[in-house]
Write a protein that binds this ligand. Structure first.
Ligand code: NAP
Length: 418
């Protein structure tokens, strides 16, 4: 007896899955739907409907629902409705909300079985088993629904970093509504081989019984092998090494080492079907690929660092260039202002000189008569003084002559004046 929650409960795969799970005695299934109108349809599958939206409800609400469950399925999707923004909101952010909610669950946490899609990957790494036809199909899909593939890739990349709960990722090819055959190719397959939703639902139900599928990414495409057998073979193949199984702990150790790496680093572990490794060589292949990935990561880091440095340098240079040209413009402006002020002052000084000259001329004209009067007055004055001196000199002369006569008379009283 197990307890399940299905996120995206009204989906075409989820409804089929709910019927399969609920059909088993003792199982309890909660189908999470976003539209209450679908409740009756859900009840008809044998599941209990619960209305919650991964777009608008909190992770705590989901955590409450997940508590006490053994398995949580994520099979929701925007289905391309609402454009790339909604695809991101549902297929990426909605998925992360569910992962966060699982981490919040107290006590034993349920295992998550995530419905992803085939060929969701780092596009720089082409799986070794891809044929030319696969490559063409892949290109077409990415051209048509690239935002969906990217959202799924980022969600998966986020999920494989989580260690607080167990997870398994199922990666089906294009889905059809054909009746299920119970057959498929589990693991390495080709993209053109579609698979029916019935067969995907069956695989999801079978995975609930396979705790040893924790930590695996499993491709599922149309094929001829009994699904239950194919799943068993695949899980045993990728978890066995030289007769020993690579247990969850070993995988977790590798996962922990890989925690800082990108999805492409851990793809070989997540998706052993793509690794091209044999049972015996799986660990060696993983080690080689991890080393190659680490070197690639290192190179990417170096390139990122160089690009960041270059960007910072260009930013600084362009800021300084602006500052420099601002400074030069400032100096130019100041110099122009100085030239204008200098020219204005020159003009002013010239005008002052002109005014002084005018004033001088006016002064000369106005003092000329005064000068003339002063000159005449001075000449008359001098003439008068000279005349007075002359008279005084004559008076002295006369006095001297009289003195002289008196002297002669005193010396010779008989002297007769001529
Ligand atoms: N289509 C393919 O060829 C293909 C291939 C590989 C993988 N997948 C993946 O397989 C899964 C199942 O496919 P499908 O055909 O069953 O898809 P589906 O019929 O479109 O089901 C998706 C479900 O998600 C629900 N949903 C959408 N937004 C939601 C929200 N905010 N909160 C809760 N539920 C929300 C939808 O609810 P409503 O019913 O209310 O709209 C719908 O019931 C999806 O994850 C898909 O990405 C599909």
């Amino acid at each position: 007896m197990s307890k399940f929650a299905i996120v995206g409960g009204h989906g075409n795969v989820s409804m089929r899955l709910a019927r399969l799970l609920a059909a088993k005695q003792g199982n309890k299934v909660i189908s999470i739907i976003r539209n209450a109108d679908h409740a009756e349809e859900i009840a008809n599958t044998g599941a209990e409907p619960l209305v919650l939206s991964i777009e608008s409800d909190s992770k705590n609400k989901f955590a409450n629902v997940f508590e006490g469950k053994n398995i949580v399925y994520f099979s929701a999707g925007a289905g391309g409705k609402g454009g790339p923004e909604r695809t991101r909101k549902v297929d990426y952010e909605g998925a992360l909300k569910v992962f966060d909610a699982l981490e919040l669950v107290k006590g034993d946490k349920p295992r998550l079985i995530m419905v992803s899609a085939i060929d969701v990957r780092d596009r720089n790494i082409v799986p070794a088993h891809y044929t030319e036809e696969d490559k063409v199909s892949s290109k077409t899909v990415y051209e048509k629904i690239g935002s969906y593939m990217q959202a799924k890739y980022e969600a998966d990349k986020n999920l494989v970093q989580r260690t607080a709960f167990q997870w398994t990722i199922l990666r089906p090819s294009g889905l059809t509504n054909d009746p299920g055959s119970g057959k498929a190719t589990v693991g390495k397959g080709h993209l053109q081989h579609e698979i029916s939703r019935d067969d995907v639902a069956l695989t999801l139900a079978l995975l609930a019984e396979r705790p040893d599928a924790a930590g695996l990414g499993i491709d599922l495409v149309g094929g001829d092998e009994n699904i239950e057998d194919g799943l068993d073979t695949f899980i045993k193949k990728v978890t066995r090494r030289s007769g020993n199984t690579i247990g969850r702990n070993a995988r977790n150790r590798i996962m922990k080492k890989s925690n800082s790496m990108a999805m492409d680093d851990i793809d070989p572990i997540m998706h052993p079907s793509q690794s091209g490794s044999s049972d015996d060589g799986v660990m060696a292949t993983i080690a080689q690929q991890m080393q190659a990935s680490m070197e690639k990561k290192k190179r990417e880091k170096e390139i990122k660092f160089l690009q960041a440095t270059q960007a910072e340098l260009s930013k600084t240079l362009s800021e300084r260039a602006h500052e420099f040209s601002d400074g030069v413009a400032g100096i130019d402006k100041s110099f122009t202002n100085f030239q204008d002020a200098y020219a204005a002052n020159e003009d002013h000084i010239r005008k002052l000189w002109d005014a002084i000259l005018q004033e001088q001329l006016k002064l000369q004209v106005s003092i000329a008569p005064i000068c003339r009067v002063a000159f005449v007055a001075t000449t008359a004055d001098r003439e008068k003084k000279r005349e007075q001196e002359h008279i005084r000199a004559l008076a002295h002369g006369r006095k001297a002559c009289e003195e002289f006569q008196r002297l002669i008379d005193s010396l010779d009283p008989n002297y007769e004046r001529a």
